[in-house]
Design a protein around this ligand. Structure first.
Ligand SMILES: Nc1ncnc2c1ncn2[C@@H]1O[C@H](COP(=O)(O)OP(=O)(O)OP(=O)(O)O)[C@@H](O)[C@H]1O
Ligand SMILES: [Mg+2]
Length: 358
């Protein structure tokens, strides 16, 4: 795997606030890398220093083996699609897309050919003569994308480009984007908040936390083996379940598992069903873990008295967990479940081992 872009010891401070804080990252040639992280962790800042509209405080960014950290933006040949599209409002779609080529003083015939090719691919050929202010959100997004693609840059940075689209258009736009990326073989760095987007688009996902990469891997790797309880809580449709390991004869620390890793039936962990939620095919059960007769540390979480059971957020060492079952249970039923798979975390929340108990 060739490395397209490499970040070495990258720091970005705004006055005294450390936004990027010793960030190291390698991006492979031709991959679709998704950057995922909570709000304010520096995702946009990372893209801005990459494209060169912000200077680094320290460190290096290396592209194709060349240090680009000090180069002005127009010498980097990196395209960025901004969240708000940043289209030129007084121009038509055609003029917007053609703009970078015009700036590069390409011949008219070549500009025309390129714009029409990319517009066919992105299905915006019929709106080319319209002023961009008259376009729908989805069309604007594709014009912004076309303007980035037409330049034939070395790498694409996309900052939540689909977040302004409504849910259905978004799903279509998402699969189109993935198709384009694969067809063209370009390297994409894509920032999103959306977990399902991260799961469906990415070759790999990098989790940014407080200005540093906390973990990088395929979405499945992150789901299965979060390196820290923090990642386990952050990634996935539901946070990972965490219970105090000591209660179950495990080392001091936390035991983490996904609801799908628990099989209801004979097993070593028992609990009382608190709340049930009807799923498509299964029930998502929230239960209080009842270990050695002591019902201590039970956290009823946020779903109390509601039919929407959830494993909640925040409290790692809670004893309330969500598990899945195809059977229907009532509040107060006692269940036993077996963990087919679980992770063991040390008291600091670092992964010690991933256990397959099947
Ligand atoms: N020009 C600036 N001057 C000072 N602080 C800034 C500047 N730009 C960003 N910040 C701060 O840097 C931090 C990271 O911002 P950034 O926009 O990179 O976060 P983000 O991860 O993209 O968040 P979001 O998911 O909300 O878009 C924030 O606390 C923000 O207030
Ligand atoms: Mg941002």
């Amino acid at each position: 795997m060739n490395v397209k872009m490499k970040y070495e010891n990258v720091y970005k401070y705004y006055k005294s606030s450390k936004i990027l804080n010793k960030l190291d990252l390698e991006i492979y040639d031709g991959e679709f890398l998704v950057i995922l992280g909570p709000s304010g962790t520096g995702k946009t800042t990372l893209l801005r220093v990459t494209v060169g509209i912000e200077d680094l405080t320290a460190g290096k960014i290396i592209m194709d083996g060349v240090d680009i950290s000090k180069l002005p933006p127009n010498k980097r040949n990196i395209a960025m699609v901004f969240q708000n599209y940043a289209l030129y409002p007084n121009m038509t779609a055609y003029q917007n897309i053609a703009f970078p080529l015009k700036m590069a003083r390409k011949p008219r015939s070549e500009i025309k050919k390129k714009v029409s090719e990319i517009s066919e691919t992105l299905k915006i050929a019929e709106v080319l003569e319209k002023n961009v202010t008259l376009l729908s959100g989805g069309q604007k997004q594709r014009v912004a994308l076309a303007r980035a693609l037409v330049r034939d840059p070395k790498i694409f940075l996309l900052d939540e480009p689909l977040s302004n689209l409504d849910a259905r258009v978004r799903v279509v736009a998402r699969s189109e984007l993935k198709k384009i990326q694969k067809e063209l073989g370009h390297t994409f760095v894509y920032v999103t908040h959306d977990q399902s987007e991260a799961g469906s688009l990415s070759d790999r996902v990098a989790i940014l936390r407080s200005g540093r990469i906390e973990q990088i891997g395929t979405y499945e790797e992150l789901l299965d083996e979060p390196r820290s309880t923090w990642v386990g809580d952050f990634i996935g449709d539901h946070p990972m379940n965490f219970i105090n390991g000591e209660k179950f004869g495990l080392p001091k620390g936390t035991l983490g598992f996904r609801d799908s890793w628990a099989t209801i039936g004979d097993g070593e962990i028992s609990g009382t069903v608190e709340l049930c939620q009807l799923g498509e095919e299964s029930y998502h059960i929230q239960c209080s873990i009842d270990s050695s007769g002591a019902n201590q540390d039970i956290d009823y979480g946020e779903g109390e008295n509601s039919s929407e059971a959830s494993t909640g957020t925040g409290n790692f060492r809670r004893s309330t967990v969500g598990v899945r079952s195809s059977k229907k249970y009532a509040v107060g039923d006692r269940i036993r479940f077996h963990l087919d798979k679980f992770n063991v975390y040390d008291p600091e929340g670092k992964l010690i081992e991933s256990v397959n108990a099947k």
